[in-house]
Design a protein around this ligand. Sequence first.
Ligand code: HEM
Ligand SMILES: *[C@@H]1O[C@H](CO)[C@@H](O)[C@H](O)[C@H]1NC(C)=O
Length: 323
Amino acid sequence: MRNSLYMVVVALIVGNSFGVHGGQLGYDYYKYSCPLLEDTVKKEMIAIFATDISAPAAFLRLFFHDCQVQGCDASILLDSHDLTTHNTELVSSKNFGIRKQELISHIKSVLELECPGQVSCADIIALAAKESVLFTGGPHITIPLGRKDSTTATNSKQADLNLPSPGITVDQLLHIFTSKGMNLEESVAILGAHTLGVGHCVNIVNRLYNRKPSDRMDFVFEQMLRLKCPTRVPLTNLTFVSNDLTPFVFDNQYYTNVLMGKGLFGIDSSISTDPRTLPIVRRFAADQNYFFNVFSSAFVKLSSTNVLTQRQGEVRRQCNRIN
Ligand code: HEM
Ligand SMILES: *[C@@H]1O[C@H](CO)[C@@H](O)[C@H](O)[C@H]1NC(C)=O
């Protein structure tokens, strides 16, 4: 009796937090089919991070961009082999700056030796992102696994439509994340991923040279941006600026920067003026533990949206091609 009541309660909680999204994922998914999966991924990631301190940021953004187009299904890794044109997701200008995707294929090849045909590329992307957060000082997030890889080719149009521009409004931001089951706090927390990494001038100049009156920016910060990105149309795509003061550390510095008018993108600034999001930004800036907790639950929701599970999709043999 006690046991069955317990099961009902667990079912209710799990059912509630994942709902239609990701209900079939499991925390023990690879327990028998690939028991050392998480250790192997961690070991490979640490080797990668040792040679490139900027890699965690790349993996975290890769994960978001995978999940944002057709769900977390590794569609972002497909090359033009499965398309009639060369218009892969990565061709989209919204995917400018995406890097390190070939290292997911590398980890996949290691896992194919350890547990052949078992681990999806979509799960590897999610695990790489979670290790990136942990390695740089962020929370230890436990994510459910069992995503399958897509069997349909995607293209740059789908990426153009679904990936957000740096100047989206708070309403658009909330629409993107509440549709994934996040609440207001989680929607602000997931943007805290911008505690890592950089942005390039192409994503900054529009804000800088077509400033909306409502867009608050610290004066010294603005002069720095104008020096780095001096022309409306960037002469080069090589120049970049840190997302916050500590771009290699996963901390709550992003929110402190945002409060000081030093958020890099339009949306980073907008959350500091909107009355719905400002109190949350303040709270995250004041309480890193609280930010970490909300970020963790937001991350699990992001990782569980529109996933293919069980008989849907496939486990790709190679991450860049449909089997
Ligand atoms: C929905 C609102 C978001 C917008 C408008 C946005 C926009 C951007 C832009 C324009 C860049 C700069 C790319 C470049 O110029 O190289 C960037 C970088 C980045 N974004 Fe976002 N982003 C959003 C949400 C997220 C989320 C949800 C995550 C992860 C969970 C994320 C993680 C990152 C990371 C880690 C970088 C740095 C990448 C690197 O250094 O290579 N972003 N984002
Ligand atoms: C920079 O990248 C953007 C986005 O991919 C592209 O549209 C533009 O042509 C590039 N500019 C230069 C100077 O290479």
